[in-house]
Ligand binder design. Sequence first.
Ligand code: TRP
Length: 324
Amino acid sequence: MKRILSGMRPTGKLHIGHYVGALENWIELQKKYESYHLIADYHVLTTTLDSSNIYENTLEMVMDWLAAGIEPETTPMFRQSQIKEHSELFLIFSMLITKARLERNPTLKEQVRDLNIDNIIFGHLGYPILQSADILLYKGELVPVGEDQVPHVEITREIARKFNNQYGIVFPESEPLLTKFSRLPGLDGQAKMSKSLGNTILMSDNKEELTAKIRKAVTDPQKVRRNDPGHPEVCTIFTYHKKFNADEASEIETNCKSGALGCVDCKLKCATKIDEFLSPMREKRIIYENDKQKVVEILHEGEKIANKVAKATMDEVRQVMKLG
Ligand code: TRP
């Protein structure tokens, strides 16, 4: 059975962009493959030195994972920071890639632009090296991620190849697995839904919260009055309909274009559909919110399993490298 490894940075409660871009895929794939899911709590430090919320944010994120349907009985969930082998393999891998290669990483360039970073730290430049260690410690063959992570999986493959050529074959050449909606646009019309851009709908938002957000969302700028013909292909709300209201999407498209459907009604319909979609997950989440100890236990169980696998891989690495 092929092995899946994927992860997320714990930045707190997840938004529907995380769900659509990755989580939904994870849930399908865990039925077919042996899955491992990592909480990248060291990677958080690449963009903020403040570590005081990482633990709390980890629990919030894991509750969203569980609410969405990750099965703790079969799918280990674990924190990068609790398994020392991540740091060790990161160090070895850092010898197998050049600074110039890391500087070409488009995901890094995008972050530098979005977050206005003018002087990049070494750990941020090396972000994909740590991610490669995350994936390869578990010999992850398939990596279900959003589009922005594909360059990191490419670097992972390059590092695996370099290592295998130099020392002997230990690692697979991992492949990314993308979803159809690998990037959901933000409420403000920007291409990406993202916490740092402040344009998200949270998976845990209730009906009032998400409706209020959707009411303010940016739609087709050329559709000013109700009867103006719209251009659904440029409208964020229409993208949400395609995902969360697929059955009605073509009717909405027709009525938007003809001017029969106004943005206010269209938005309310969208909010109702997203609410229906999220409602069972919110209910499941509440069970965990009332029993956080259970969430902590799930992490500890996952970490036991991850530890064993990571140790076995590092033993192999040391052996082929003739390190002791
Ligand atoms: N970089 C990923 C993100 O920002 C998180 C991540 C860390 C990851 N390690 C990983 C994803 C390993 C897949 C595999 O979302």
